[in-house]
Design a protein around this ligand. Sequence first.
Ligand code: GLA
Length: 741
Amino acid sequence: MSYGFLYPEGVLDMAIKINTEKRIFTLETKHTMYQMQADTYGVLRHLWYGAKTGCDMSYLQDYPDVGFSGNPHDAGNDRTYSLDTLPLEYAGAGIGDFRVPAVEAVHADGSCALDLRYYSHTVKQGKYAIAGLPALYAGEDEAETLEVVLRDTASAVEVTLKYGVLPELDIVTRCAEIRNLGEAPVTLTKAASLCLDMGQGSWEWIHFYGRHAMERQAERRPLLHGIQESSSTRGTSSHHQNPTVLLCTPDCTETSGACVGAALVYSGSHQTKIECDQLGQVRVVMGIHPDLFRWELGAGECFATPEVLLSYSSTGLETLSHQFHRAIREHICRGKYQLAERPVLINNWEATYFGFDTEKILHIAEEAARLGVDMLVLDDGWFGKRDDDCSGLGDWFVNEKKLSGGLHDLVEKIKAMGMRFGIWFEPEMISEDSDLYRTHPDWAIRIPERSPMRGRYQLVLDMTNPEVQEYLFRVMSEVLHSADISYVKWDMNRSISDWYTQTLPADRQGEMPHRYVLGLYALLERLTAAFPEVLFEGCSGGGGRFDAGMLYYCPQIWCSDDTDARERTKIQYGTSFFYPVSAVGSHVSTVPNHQTGRITPFETRAVTAMAGSFGYELDLNLLSDAEKQAVTEQIQQFKAYGPLIHNGRYYRLTNPMTDAEAIWAFAAQDGSEILVQGMIFHAEANTLRHQVKLRGLCAEKQYRLDGTEQVYTGAALMVGGVLLPKAWGDYTPVSMHFTEV
Ligand code: GLA
């Protein structure tokens, strides 16, 4: 196909195509195209993000003279040329674009304008990395990088926009580097990762809101004129609004319509603003939350923003999710367990809370080992003085009163049973009632002369302080060396306030929230590198820090403190729009459920937990013999289906927020098998069995339903659907596996 473009010599099939004459940059993936142009004034205009068109899309931009939308001085008498109306790649503030800016800076003279114009560009093979921050990685032959350098017309501020193009994944990544090339300091007050001007068109947006024990509730809303926002100022990505957002056409469904997704690879405070402007054009600006951000750039210094993953689909939300699942599982998650089968865990938290000793843990372990569990995870309470949540955090030394004989002995006994051992930490926290606090009260985050907020009775350690990082690395390493530990649950149980650090002078305190995250990442990087055999699972009061940044260090994250199977269908549904199933920590717990009091059948809890990295969180000794037998079978089932569940394609077959049942499926990439699971919420008398249409099969292939002789064509299963079992009692489980014959 000819674009009339000039390609870099000898690389006709490159993903990045540049027409040097017209200064048009086209980024192509298998099914998508991203295009921008440095126009005659050097303004970098966004031209297109969507399906491939093979065309220069600048013809769509024809602007009238819009009243009160002024004109740059160098546009002379052309009143149709306004930065207030043009789609921009990275909008600076203060120069006549009155929409949401991407970047704001205060210069030495106190002025706050940035007028960014094209300066140069380079194309590189491979994917860029960002020092100190998690980012998508790829092999040299899997990605290309475009860097476009913009410079302010008056000051010495330079911005490098980086674009990673992953053709096979249909992913484009973005980040920005902001440099001060001058002598005088410049203070950044906003530095977004993404500015995406979608042009005119009718859009809806989907965001993922929630609270503790009810994370990532998918909410779809029309895009109204003005600004809508999804954000967190809690110092973490939060339970409350996830740093991911979707735009879709009103007719967009799981299987049809256009949609764009953006996921911020960041675990701190964030903000996404979506503005529908006076002309009906849509701008998305995503990045670090600017309210808590001020960053001083001294002479020659550079600030790198976190990365955003972008993807587009013209065939509905399902394709978009598959693209993100693959990108995150295969190009964000790392380490030994990235693609490996995950161990089936037994976690003692809901079984014992703080009330355990060696004997009780061994008792739980024995039964777990007998039933086929792979690993026992000892949760909160094993260290310091920790009999409730009022004390002990920071003292990462075994509490020998509870664990007589210490960790080594306990772990050896558990290993002798044939299981491995994992342990809980909450590294970033400190209890006022702890030896650590008594020795280093100055390590806790607080503003001098002001009483700090407590969250779950605890304070937060100043992760910007290298001494704190060093301490945590040392004590955690000691624990991990003291016994054969195969897994770490990294928890974080409060929102952060009272921002202040002794590591920065008064006029640079605004750097702290981001420096906290950098400190956290530095420690995670160091520990995961020092213990490559250990599986790290993220956690923050359940899924309060469930983001692509944490997934770079921890290939799985405890999805929610709500283990109620019915509630989990909503939480896991919302989680599935961006995050792969393998990333979702999910356990079978007891009934009545500890968060809701609800009673659901044992098998229903199991199928729900299987849509993740599977485990148990109850005292298996308290189960009936039939339930124990079921545990063994469930584990065998998870072992058998695990590769399909984690490597297959995930399908949301119903919407648990609105439908009468929650049904999802895992289909093999080659369409050779499918596992359909979920639950029917309520039983009714005299009704028909529900039908659900499958997806991801080959229409012409034949499939047999396991345990029966019944054979169907893929077409029948996809067009006619399957008949779900007859509901008997509320929350009837569904589990049907079809194999190609
Ligand atoms: C958080 C976690 C739980 C558990 C407790 C322990 O709430 O999400 O799974 O580890 O802390 O205090």
